[in-house]
Each structure stands twice: as C-alpha cells, then as structure tokens.
Design a protein around this ligand. Structure first.
Ligand SMILES: Nc1nc2c(c(=O)[nH]1)N[C@H]1C(S)=C(S)[C@@H](COP(=O)(O)O)O[C@H]1N2
Ligand SMILES: [Mo]
Length: 391
C-alpha cells in the first residue's frame, strides 16, 4: 500500500478514541472514519494458533480446516475463514454510527444499541469466497490461491435490510443500496485509496433476505468479521457481505466500483464478462481427508453441500470412478446453510483410492467435472476428488 500510509504505534490508540494497550496500529490520512486498525502481526498469530491456514498476513487472508468441523453445523468464530482486501479496522462502538442516506424519505443515523432494539432475525447461512478453489484452475489464475476452505457457516443475528427500508422509506428513484465498509487502501490503477464497497438492487436485497448482522454464533461480531455491523447476503458469494459497515446510500443508478464492476466478474478468455452473484452448487468431501490412511472394509465418507441457486437435492459419491452411489443428506434443510451428507460403503481393495462427490440441485443442475475457466478464477465448483489410502 503506497498512498495509504499506516504508522505502526503500539498502544497509543487512545488518541483515536479506542482503549489503549491493545496493540492497535493507527492509520493516518485514511479516507475512512474511526481509522484504527488491528495489529496485522497479532491477527496473523491468532489465526495460526487456532489452526487456520494463512495465505497472507497483511491483509489477513486465511482459510479454515474443514476437517476440524466434522459433525458441527456452524464453524466456531475463531476458525471461520477470513478474507480481507485491506487492513482490519477496529471500530469503537460508542462513536460508531450507521448512516443511511441518499434517495430516502428519511435519513437515519443509528447506533449499535438502536439497531439492537429493531426487529431482528437469526439465520444460519454459509459464506463462501468467490475465489474458493481457485488454486485448482488450470491454467492458474492470479489472486489468493485458496484451496477449498474459504467457506464457513455461522448463525447470524441482526436487522433485516427490509426492516431498514421500512424505516428510511426509499424514494421511487432509489434503485440500489450501496454498502460502504470502513476499510480502504490503494488498488492498481487508482491514485487515491478506495473503500471496500458494493451495491445490491433493492429487490435483490429484499428477496435474498439480506441481514445487517451484529452477532455471529451468538457473540458480538469478532473484529475481523466486521465488528460492529456487517451485511450478510444469504446465497450470494461472500464478496456481497460487506464488513465494517458505516454507511448505506440509496442510489438511483447502477453502482460501478472496484469490487463491483472491475473485480468479481467472470471473464472468459475472449474477454466476455458477467458479474459474480449467487453461490454455485457445490459439495466437498471432508472425511476421509486427502492422503488419509484407513483400514479396508466398512468406510464412512462424509462432507458438506450447499448452493445459492436451487436447493441441494442429492449428493452422490463414486469410489475409484465406479457408479455414483447416493449419500444421505443429514438434518433439516436450512435454505442457505450447508448440509452434511454421509455414505456408508465398503472398500476392500488396498492402495490409493480416489473418492469423488457431486451434488445435484432441485433445478436438475449437477456439478461439472471441470468448472469454466475464467480470468480471475471465480466460482470453481468442479467435482471434488480426494485420494486416500486403504491398507
Ligand atoms: N469491508 C469489507 N467487506 C468484505 C471484504 C473486505 O475486504 N472488506 N471482503 C469480502 C469478501 S471477498 C469475502 S469472501 C467476505 C469474507 O468474510 P469473512 O472474512 O467474515 O469470512 O467478506 C467480504 N466483505
Ligand atoms: Mo471473497
């Protein structure tokens, strides 16, 4: 980062209105409010300590170890994957406000405690980074080389965006909601720092059940996941779920911005573009893990499956490229949460054994053997295969 100068100063955050002594780094000349950021080294150490796989320390980008989840529906907050474009801002809740303005009948400035008194909702939703599985594209694409753990599920609690719309009364001219995060930094081709910001059409925000979340698995949002308030857009790839919200502007046009129309576009080799929106249909094998050794005989194969389009209908597993066998999907369906599936089978032959799993949705779509290559490496929902060893 060049023009976004950060000055590392331990424990002098009091100047910026936060508690002192917690190792924050003060950010100078930021175009954002309350610009105190989390010490990147500390954030990275914390991630490593809980077993996250760190791809980059600053900005912090790390994926979960799905094997650590077996059986659980939600990922504990400490192990939830983290995807950041810039530093992690530390927003102090007494001073923080959510401002709602633009093409509205009534502008709002809401404190966290005011938001907490509004109609709330809790929902379990899976967030998946659009770049999850990018490292499996061939030829390789630029960007964070995620394996398959840039996906996690949590119970989110907050105020439905529809409730906020009722309060502010969109004018008939309003087309999109523009969500602005407090984080910013320099990006290629721009001379001034840009903020992380994305828009959603009003109808999409309502139809998706988008939530202004202040709690994650029953706890206040952790700093790195957007404290004090983030957007959660169920069923959408997680770039839509803007963290560290400070402002929502209702606008009368289509937003174009770095993270809206420059990135998060599927771009073919021929240069054709389409925006990244909903999650693709996907299933992952969690158990056995790649390279795991198991005794021959009875074997349980387990994994998770989810989709942002039509609900998952079936998951099938194939052993050594044999016939597809139907797994049983466990638990009650929750529309935008992953579900566990399992198959009990027998594998007698010793040696390296390949396992594959594929999901099919209610609209009849099935995961492809190979996902369409695109320049920025998004949406790789190719059938997952795992090679294990039978003794
Ligand atoms: N303000 C802000 N919001 C953001 C991002 C960001 O860099 N800044 N990254 C987005 C992307 S690409 C993803 S995948 C998710 C990751 O959310 P998590 O870190 O809570 O897992 O946040 C989204 N929201
Ligand atoms: Mo992402």
């Amino acid at each position: 980062m060049v023009s976004f100068s950060a000055r590392a100063r331990l424990s002098t955050a009091a100047a910026a209105g936060d508690q002192a002594g917690t190792g924050e780094v003060e950010v100078l000349r930021a175009s954002t409010p309350a610009a105190v950021m989390v010490d990147p080294e500390q954030a990275c150490r914390d991630a490593v300590n809980v077993g996250l796989i760190v791809h980059r320390a600053h900005p912090l980008n790390c994926e979960t170890d799905l094997g650590a989840l077996i059986g659980g529906v939600v990922m504990p907050n400490a192990r939830f994957y983290v995807r950041n474009h810039f530093h992690i801002p530390r927003l102090a809740s007494p001073a923080w406000r959510l401002s709602v303005r633009g093409h509205v009948g009534r502008s709002l400035s809401l404190s966290l405690s005011e938001l907490r008194t509004m109609r709330s909702q809790a929902l379990v939703a899976t967030l998946e980074c659009a770049g999850n599985g990018r490292s499996r594209f061939s030829p390789p694409t630029a960007g964070e080389q995620w394996r398959l753990g840039a996906v996690s599920t949590a119970e989110w609690t907050g105020v439905p965006v529809s409730e906020l719309l009722e309060r502010c009364g969109p004018r008939t001219s309003a087309r999109e909601l523009l969500f602005r995060g407090a984080d910013a930094g320099s990006v290629p081709g721009r001379r001034v720092p840009v903020r992380y910001e994305r828009s959603l059409r009003l109808d999409e925000a309502v139809r998706s059940g988008a939530l202004l979340a202040y709690a994650m698995n029953g706890e206040p949002l952790p700093t790195r996941h957007g404290y004090p308030l983030r957007l959660v857009v169920p069923g959408w790839f997680a770039m839509a779920s803007v963290k560290w919200l400070t402002e929502i502007e209702l606008i009368d046009h289509e937003f174009t911005g770095r993270f809206q129309t420059e990135t998060y576009q599927y771009e073919t080799a021929a240069g054709e573009r389409a925006p990244v929106t909903r999650q693709n249909l996907r299933s992952l094998i969690v158990e056995p893990a790649a390279g795991e050794r198991r005794a021959s005989g009875a074997m349980t194969i387990r994994g998770v499956a989810w989709s942002g389009e039509a609900p998952v209908r079936t998951v099938e597993v194939s052993v050594e490229h044999g016939p597809w066998m139907r797994a049983s999907v466990v638990g009650d369906p929750v529309r935008h949460a992953w579900r566990w599936w399992e198959l009990l089978t027998r594998i007698e032959r010793a040696g390296a054994v390949s396992l594959r799993a594929r999901a099919t949705d209610e609209a009849g779509r099935t995961q492809p053997g190979r996902a369409p290559w695109n320049r920025m490496g998004y949406g790789n929902n190719a059938i997952h295969d795992v090679e294990m060893v039978v003794r």
